[in-house]
Design a protein around this ligand. Sequence first.
Ligand SMILES: N[C@@H](CCC(=O)N[C@@H](CS)C(=O)NCC(=O)O)C(=O)O
Length: 233
Amino acid sequence: MLKLYQFERTWGIPNLSPFCCKVETYLRMANIDYEIKPALPLRAPKGKLPYIEDNDRKLGDSRFIVPYLKSAYHDLDQELSEVQLAASVAMQRLLEEHLFWVALYSRWQYNDENWQVNKQAIFGTLPIVIRDVIANHTRKKIQQQILGHGTGRHQADEIFTLGKQDVDALAATLSDKPYFLHNQPTTLDASAFGLLVNIIACPIESPLKEYSLSKDNLVHYVERTMHQYYSDL
Ligand SMILES: N[C@@H](CCC(=O)N[C@@H](CS)C(=O)NCC(=O)O)C(=O)O
């Protein structure tokens, strides 16, 4: 059976990584059997989670895993037009390459309260003697990545202004539809749910979360998807 390597579940959401959550949600939406292997990124083929193992194949990065699932199992996007497919790619990039960084900033850099909550969720099970060393080392590394991406070069209010623009774009695109592009879930829904549940339904407080909670359609979308695909959690 296909194995999905991802972080341990926490916070009552499928995964604290939007990308792990995206892949697991795709698997569930497409009715593909899988087994979860809790993991840390150390052994991942690209040093990041998620990755999968299937038929002696190891594959990292949701942007390669999902196309593999589409061709080997079930393509959730098969009924989309070329224009819808293009919109799907563009919106996934907004989520995963832009809004993601604002969410990451909220957890790892914005304030100490959030950092403590994040630290406990990710490193809480490590032996106490090494916990702080590893957590602080990882925090520095992630903050360097946020700086390298460019997001970390702005002030907090500017970063959240950028994030709110993405949230507006998502809320307007979803509008009052059940899914982003079609009358059935597609890859974009797996990606959008993966990040939105991580902003709206996790205990990381920020202007980004506050603003997202003001968008009723996004909040209901997250609740519906949780209910429909993760009633076991
Ligand atoms: N583009 C990758 C991103 C994966 C990613 O950034 N994973 C993060 C967790 S959200 C990770 O494993 N980070 C560990 C690290 O940077 O050391 C995907 O789509 O899967």
